[in-house]
Write a protein that binds this ligand. Structure first.
Ligand code: ZN
Length: 409
């Protein structure tokens, strides 16, 4: 069936691809004194990046350098190149030692100093440091491109749908942009994904988003549980990217329980194991204090799982009690630099510890007030003793005085 929206998107993609391709190999940058022909890169993901070009100058050069950096980096690497007789240059960068994040963009350009001491700089060329070990296929809708290599067309279409639904869920929490591109890469298993992150110098965690790059990596195997996994993992990772785009640098100031809680809340399929974990921890009195989930989540898998379950339930409770605007006030408050405990007071009128207690009472059915009273019992006894003993003494003294006063002085 003819789908006009798909047709337009495909046309745009093909045009973009044609523009990119035509820019790459035949690019000649005459910057007055040098020409750089065919600047290109050969990526061996996780191993090497080879930069190649042909430098042409009417006057012989004294020195030719390659300059490159990650698009979000401040530091530019500079390498002096040997120029062959025909002007060709090549430099192989060891990407296993000096790592670039997977799917990040790298920009490179050349500088040539001629024998007459004039230095020329070529125009920059950008490329994406793609994990090229898999035959990626892609499907784009609006600003989201989903890439996958295992699974059929329906797999890709289902992933795009899950991403769209995740964006809608997130749109209820904050105003999202549909213009900045987002890329989702679906690995077919965790070890492929983990490998990519290791080669890219990042530690593995269940899913993974690089909010700054607008890239999310997830592991989903084609099969009967693919829909559930797509509807949980993809919206979760997209939420991280959307939150980062909305908060900018202040994203880093937010407590972990809040960021992970929001990301887990927009998962489209509720995780039944979360409810079970909460129930067990509540009964065993082994719930984690939210105050301990501000900077990071626990390292061990079991506690981390409980941390996700608690955060999802807690943030949902906050949203139900204070509305989406309450959540907004909370992120603003933490953006302003309030501490984990007092940010809640500022935004919602109650400190974090008190919200924690209310959540335990109203969501988990704990009798926090009763527990608090039981915990206070020894102090109450002590207070009674501290107060009663002197009172007793005073009464004693008074009655003694009265006796004494009844007698003539
Ligand atoms: Zn997360």
């Amino acid at each position: 069936m003819f789908n006009p929206r798909k047709f337009i998107l495909q046309t745009i993609m093909v045009t973009l691809l044609a523009v990119t391709m035509s820019m790459k190999p035949e690019q000649v940058n005459g910057q007055g004194g040098i020409e750089v022909e065919n600047p290109n890169v050969v990526i061996n993901f996780g191993q090497t990046i080879t930069f190649q070009a042909r430098i042409k100058t009417p006057i012989p050069t004294r020195q030719v350098s390659l300059l490159f950096r990650g698009i979000n980096e401040d530091v530019t690497r500079v390498e002096t190149l040997q120029v062959a007789e025909d002007g060709s240059v090549s430099f192989t960068y060891d990407a296993s030692l000096n790592i670039f994040p997977p799917f990040s963009w790298i920009v490179f350009w050349f500088q040539a100093t001629r024998n007459d001491n004039i230095t020329y700089t070529s125009a920059p060329t950008q490329f994406q440091y793609k994990d090229d070990r898999f035959p990626w296929r892609y499907n784009t809708q609006a600003n989201i491109t989903v890439n996958w290599y295992a699974g059929d067309d329906a797999f890709g279409a289902a992933a795009v749908d899950a991403a769209g639904a995740g964006m809608l869920a997130m749109n209820e929490i904050l105003l999202i942009s549909l213009s900045d591109p987002i890329e989702v890469y679906i690995y077919s298993n965790i070890s492929d994904q983990q490998n990519t992150l290791l080669l890219g110098g990042e530690e593995w965690s269940g899913g993974h988003a690089n909010p700054k790059l607008g890239v999310a990596l997830v592991a989903i195997a084609p099969g009967p549980s693919q829909s559930i996994e797509m509807e949980t993992k993809i919206p979760h990772e997209l939420a991280h990217i959307m939150l980062y785009r909305s908060l900018g640098d202040k994203y880093a100031r937010q407590p972990t329980w809040l960021i992970e809680g929001i990301a887990s809340m927009v998962e489209l399929y509720p995780n039944p194991d979360y409810a079970r974990a909460l129930d067990i921890a509540s009964r065993n009195n082994s719930l984690l204090a939210f105050d301990d989930l501000c900077a990071s989540f626990p390292a061990d898998a079991g506690s981390a799982f409980l941390a996700y379950a608690q955060s999802q339930s807690f943030v949902t409770y906050i949203r139900n009690s204070f509305g989406t605007s309450g959540l907004g006030r909370l992120t603003n408050s933490y953006s302003d630099g309030f501490s984990c405990e007092l940010g809640a007071t500022n935004a919602l009128g109650a400190p974090l510890s008190q919200l924690d207690a209310r959540w335990r009472e109203s969501v988990l059915g704990q009798n926090v007030t009763g527990v608090a009273m039981r915990n206070l019992a020894p102090f109450v006894l002590l207070m009674v003793l501290v107060l009663v003993v002197p009172i007793w003494g005073a009464i004693n003294m008074l009655s003694q005085r009265r006796k004494d006063g009844s007698q003539p002085k």
